[in-house]
Design a protein around this ligand. Sequence first.
Ligand code: HY3
Length: 342
Amino acid sequence: MQLDRVITVVGAHAEGEVGRVITGGVLPPRGDTMFDRMQNLERYSGWLRNMLLFDPRGSVNAAVNLITPPCRPDADIGMIVMESDYFVPMSGSNLICTVTVALETGIVPIKEPVTHVRVDTPAGLVEVEAECAGGKCRKVKFRNIPSFVMHRDRTISVPGIGSLRVDVAYGGMIYCIVEAADLGFTLDRSEARRLVEVGERIKAAAAEQLPSVHPENPGIHTINQTEFVGPLEIVNGIKTSKNAVVVSPGRIDRCPCGTGTSARMALLSARGELGIGDPFRHLSILDTEFDCKILETGRAGSIPAIVPQVSGRAWLTGVSHYGVDPEDPFPEGYRLSDTWFN
Ligand SMILES: O=C(O)[C@H]1NCC[C@@H]1O
């Protein structure tokens, strides 16, 4: 066996969504903030994402995370999320996977019954309460960064669809939020492929027609996901809804999407449909769940925001060592449109 660049990765999924975590073989990128580090990793070490996520070592449904020392003195770890098309400031499922892996592999010592972990992310500090028992992490509850509405009740023109009413909100990434019923969707699993096709078209149109920039960090800009939402209903006394986020280049988030949930809670709050402290249950296309609420109001620059809390669970799936045979014609992998959409 001859392998260059041997990298250790612990596999995990959060409520169905794959979030692999690098635990060895990669040095932290340079940068004074986690946002700088994320940009430097993308600029100078794009091969890492390509090698681990593209075929033949990865697959379109996965994301990979790098744990680093934090930049902030008040944080315990840093986290950089690499998704197939974007290095993203924050991701709920990837945070849940990263914290669970950090705890269950001993990178962060477990304290039972609750371990507090402060995660320095490119989007800001995210405080985590991890419920732990028997040496395992059984629930990750996190206080996300301030989330807010960027465009309300706008009409865009989408090729092949025509006029469509949408909202745009930020929850760690920028989402174009669409009522699924407006396009005849019920968010059943059987609709996954069609949701992807339509969702990618909506994303492209919305990104062009509704410029969106974070008021405190101009480096965070442009709609990069479509979130289809179902009706808000009361189930067993809890405000409950289903959603399906289309993750580029074209697949459905398997979990209820932590950043999409945060963006949606900001919209529900702006519409007067979700108050501070109201329990909110968000379901994925697989019917897995995040339990959530709005903790308090906040601000992003001068824009009113909410501070969301999201909780869910991750499970470890294995440990792998990835490397590159020096004779391999695909050291950085490849993407083929049968599964990669583009
Ligand atoms: O939970 C989230 O925020 C996400 N899951 C995959 C796509 C988003 O990063």
